[in-house]
Design a protein around this ligand. Sequence first.
Ligand code: DI6
Ligand code: FE
Length: 397
Amino acid sequence: MLLKNANLTTMAGPGAYGLIEDGAIVMDGDRIVFAGPQADLPAEFAGLTAQDLGGRLVTPALIDCHTHIVAGGNRAREFEMRLEGASYEEIARAGGGIVSTVKATRAATEDELLADALPRVDALIAEGTGVIEVKSGYGLDRETELRMLRAARRIAAERPIRVKTTFLGAHAVPPEYTGRDDVYIDEVCIPALRAAHAEGLVDAVDGFCEGIAFQPDQIARVFDVAKELGLPVKLHAEQLSNLGGGKLAASYGALSADHIEYLDEDGVAVMAEAGTTAVILPGAFYNLRETQVPPIDALRKHGVPMALATDANPGSSPLTSLLLTMNMGCTLFWMTPEEALAGVTRNAARALGLGDCGTIEAGKRADLAIWNVEHPAELAYRIGFNPLHKRIFGGRT
Ligand code: DI6
Ligand code: FE
């Protein structure tokens, strides 16, 4: 298939956005075999029937590299409580917060978890998303953690989208282990990780390193097992305080350290050295009315790649729009529209360890988003408007 008369936002190569005006793309099966100026189209492709895009903008399909989109119930009541003055941490310590989603998730069947998640996935697909990451972490017992991961994997059978699954057993201490968090890590979290891996359900391992969750030494025990199993790691780090999570993640060669509002420049430098991507999550910052902005300037200075994601979850970030996430990255964190787009394409692929997507280049997957916009900055600029014309997934419309 040949796409012509397109403005290619390749997010690869030189110049802003890797922009190629009057471009063409040739796809063979699920791969891009040519992407470049129409004038350079190799003669062998000239005879293909072409789809004229009328000058529309084409970007790589978007990638949401951090979601908790499989979860039971919702926390609208907690939203009300926070509006009445309770803080996120107070609610968590009073047995609400993550633990209330754990109750709802344990009570849900695999089919129910899947059915609940699909409309949220559809919202992401409608904005041109081609890959989502989905975390466990609302089961906090072996059976429910595995059930969440099975439901997450089934999304890819129900919808044209790729799913990467992340084991997040070290997300919170379940009520039955209150005050025995080390026992939880050793007796539940690590055995559940081994079981999930044995069933082929795990692409990466994550943890929540925070006062209301786990300490660095506890996360390290989980990461040691990940390493033994050959699984890459990522970490919820420095969201509400600085416990040195960024450094810990980097010391394990983590794919990403996520949130990082409280990360200091030392931590940034260590991440840069390790090649760890920073995943910026403005939805949680916005929804929790946080005031500590992530160290964007330091990340730029040290050349740490920045990804952007929804953090879609029922508590801190009930957000299922990557376009709005891009806008928030710019408006709340002063990211540029180009950084925002790189954050949901090229750098999001990096944060997932994916080498086959996130840019428009020969050899990459033919996962594309075609937009009714003239310039890529429009994608981050509008608020609550979806200019998607068409999504191409694996070479198919
Ligand atoms: N940080 C987050 O933003 C989510 N998990 C985490 O570790 C929030 C989870 C929730 O509030 O349900
Ligand atoms: Fe999260």
